[in-house]
Design a protein around this ligand. Structure first.
Ligand code: MF3
Ligand code: CO
Ligand code: CO
Length: 283
């Protein structure tokens, strides 16, 4: 059975316990997460056909520098050399920026974690590159909705299994599949901490959710089969085995007395790109 510990009395490492954070910690998470969210908002105007993922990476690096001199957590993390992950089409996650231009119809996830005053704000979204095929649009919609249903289940009294179940039951009812090999994670003054947040599961199973817990939910949903493989060339890039399209959305959240707070909310309401597009055309 897992135990819980006040964050201030816990060592700054993953001890296997779940840290419980207080109001001043939530404030730290808000600040870091809002820098990340503003960067992801700014990328809406950058991600276009012809742009390279290396240019996106450069933009993220500069954004941190220009807005207070902050670094992304991924830069030099376990040998990873970039300020973001850029995962295109059948890439599930941890795609590395490179010099290949994006093409009309691509879907790309950009995952950014800025560190501000020691706090980690981790979020990712999908960006459509020009006009998409219907199947790609549908996958983005299903994945976004999966995350939001997972967040709705993240409240005191529920368990991590309730979150996973909410995501899995919806995604599979939409004839999509849930990647099992990667999960959400506790975070705070650590990038990856307890608990693990599975994106599949059974109601009432797993760890009980308590006010003060802080973690990400970041479902990776495939149009085809759920199975993934990691590139043996670079050791990072995870792709679908069947090369079907994959999408992901990620928020960092904190459990409150009556539900949760989403730290990485988009200030401009651009988190769901298809919804945001609809808003554009009405102007
Ligand atoms: N931001 C990713 C996550 O959601 C982790 C990326 S680690 C990297 O947990 F090294 F691949 F960048
Ligand atoms: Co994460
Ligand atoms: Co992330």
């Amino acid at each position: 059975m897992v135990s819980y510990i006040e964050a201030d009395s816990a060592p700054l490492k993953n001890t296997g316990q779940i840290k419980i954070y207080g109001p001043e910690h939530f404030e730290g998470m808000r600040k870091a997460s809002q820098l990340t969210a503003r960067c992801l908002d700014a990328l809406v105007d950058i991600v276009k056909p012809g742009v390279t993922t290396a240019e996106i990476d450069r933009f993220v690096y500069e954004f941190g520098m220009d807005n207070g001199g902050y670094h992304a957590a991924t830069l030099n993390y376990r040998g990873y050399k970039y300020s973001c992950c850029t995962s295109i089409n059948h890439v599930i996650c941890h795609g590395m920026p490179n010099s290949k231009p994006l093409r009309e119809g691509d879907i790309v996830n950009v995952d950014v974690t800025f560190v501000v005053d020691g706090w980690y704000g981790d979020s990712s979204r999908m960006y459509p590159v020009g006009k998409l095929k219907r199947a790609a649009e549908r996958l983005i919609e299903v994945t976004h909705e999966s995350l939001m249903l997972g967040i709705a289940a993240a409240k005191p009294g529920n368990t991590t299994g309730d979150i996973g179940h909410a995501i899995q039951s919806y995604a599979e009812a939409q004839r999509c599949s849930v990647v099992r090999e990667f999960c959400g994670h506790g975070l705070g003054r650590l990038f990856h901490d307890m608990p693990n947040i599975m994106h599949y599961g059974q109601p009432g199973k797993g760890e009980e959710l308590k006010p003060g817990m802080i973690f990400t939910i970041e479902p990776m949903i495939n149009l085809g089969k759920p199975h993934s493989k990691v590139s043996d060339k670079d050791g990072w890039t995870a792709t679908t085995r069947d090369r079907s399209l994959s999408a992901q959305f990620e928020h960092s959240i904190g459990i409150t007395e009556d539900g949760n707070e989403i730290f990485t909310l988009s200030p401009k309401g651009l988190f769901n790109p298809l919804e945001a597009r609809g808003q554009d055309t009405q102007v």
